[in-house]
Write a protein that binds this ligand. Structure first.
Ligand SMILES: [Zn+2]
Length: 380
């Protein structure tokens, strides 16, 4: 079969035919995929240099064979990038719009080859492959500029579109264990706060790829928010000078309601601040952000006598050290992660937060900040 396909490619190339429709792969892998000779697709639409640079940065961060979601609303709407070294594999799954395909991108020149899942429009696979390649460019541009992939506004009901299911051409189990956007929301209301998390993830992707947009930092924004604030997320994190939320999430004035203490510990004062933001500002999302090599956790781990006020912080971190004592791996990193989750648990124990969780008006997430890469990842 392989030999026949190669022969067909040769003959078609010889005859000057530039597209190769409907190559059936029967020896394993994708069945019934469509491929295009790259040249016409690339010359027709191509990526801009800035898109390729951005993809290169993201790929470099995830490493060879690394995988990351560039955008994700739920299991039916996501876009992911796998770095295969010599190629990048872009997968887009949008059940609402019925765009489901996999595209190979050549890092050197941005050449796109659509591989599978181009059977959605009923206008033919050739047309769909061209459309898919065009969409790959658009989606990458949207991811790069953080326009909000798969925004809730796009979640029109399937019945209105006459769509009842994803096309049969592709199977779409969402890939497992993504580093960037993994972790179940604490409650299931609406989209589980996914849009808020996505906004933070998008900002962090801009930050780590050097494509920051510094949103909402104009004087006009200052004037707008002077009348009242409507932050979209509460961030509880460490006072460590290397973990500034607005910078690492690329957000601006009035976006984040931030609580910072050493080791992101919370007591009555911090819990009161959180409760105020939820009750009076209507904030519907909260992230507890622990970070790599946290000095407060490290000091607690090392033990010894501490001055009374610092001891008050250590006393709150100690349960995390106890809980992670027998974990495999690095004791400090284990304790940081455990502490982040315990802080989240403590916050969810507040009567007001618990009530909001029960009502489905708030979602919580624990996350981890990597000091070396600048990357934020959800904690499982
Ligand atoms: Zn810290």
């Amino acid at each position: 079969m392989k030999k026949n396909v190669l022969m067909a490619v040769f003959c078609l190339s010889f005859l000057g035919v530039t597209t190769l429709p409907l190559v059936a792969e029967t020896s394993g892998g994708w069945v019934g995929y469509v491929t295009y000779t790259p040249r016409p697709v690339a010359t027709m639409i191509g990526f801009e240099d800035v898109d390729l640079l951005w993809l290169r940065d993201v790929s470099a961060l995830v490493g060879v064979d690394g995988f990351t979601f560039l955008g994700r609303r739920d299991t039916d709407h996501w876009m992911a990038l796998t770095n295969k070294g010599a190629t990048w594999l872009l997968q887009i799954h949008d059940a609402t719009a019925r765009y489901n395909f996999r595209a190979m991108i050549q890092p050197r020149n941005g050449r796109i080859t659509v591989e599978k899942g181009v059977d959605w429009s009923g206008t033919g696979r050739d047309a769909d492959a061209a459309k898919a390649a065009e969409m790959a460019v658009q989606y990458v541009q949207r991811a790069r500029s953080a326009e909000g992939l798969f925004s809730p506004a796009e979640a029109v009901d399937h019945a209105a579109l006459g769509h009842t299911a994803a096309p049969a051409a592709a199977s779409h189990a969402a890939p497992a264990a993504p580093a960037a956007a993994h972790g179940a929301p604490a409650v299931t209301h609406g989209d589980g706060g996914q849009a808020f998390w996505q906004r933070l993830v998008d900002g962090n992707l801009r930050f780590i790829s050097g494509r920051v947009t510094h949103p909402n930092q104009s004087f006009a924004r200052l004037e707008e928010t002077a009348k009242g604030q409507k932050p979209f997320a509460i961030v509880v994190t460490c006072s460590d000078s290397r973990v500034p939320p607005e910078i690492l999430f690329d957000q601006g004035i009035g976006d984040l309601f931030v609580i910072r203490t050493a080791g992101e510990v919370v007591n009555e004062v911090e819990l009161g601040s959180i409760e105020y933001a939820i009750e009076h500002l209507g904030v519907a999302y909260l992230v507890v952000l622990g970070h790599e090599r946290c000095g407060a956790v490290d000091a607690t781990l090392k033990g010894g006598d501490l001055p009374p006020n610092i001891e008050a912080i250590a006393a709150q971190i100690r349960p995390a050290i106890e809980a992670s004592r027998f974990f495999k791996g690095d004791p400090l990193d284990n304790a940081v992660r455990e502490n982040t989750k315990l802080v989240l648990a403590k916050i969810s124990g507040s009567a007001i937060v618990a009530e909001a969780l029960h009502a489905g008006t708030v979602n919580l997430k624990a996350a981890y900040y990597d000091l070396d890469t600048g990357r934020v990842a959800a904690l499982p």
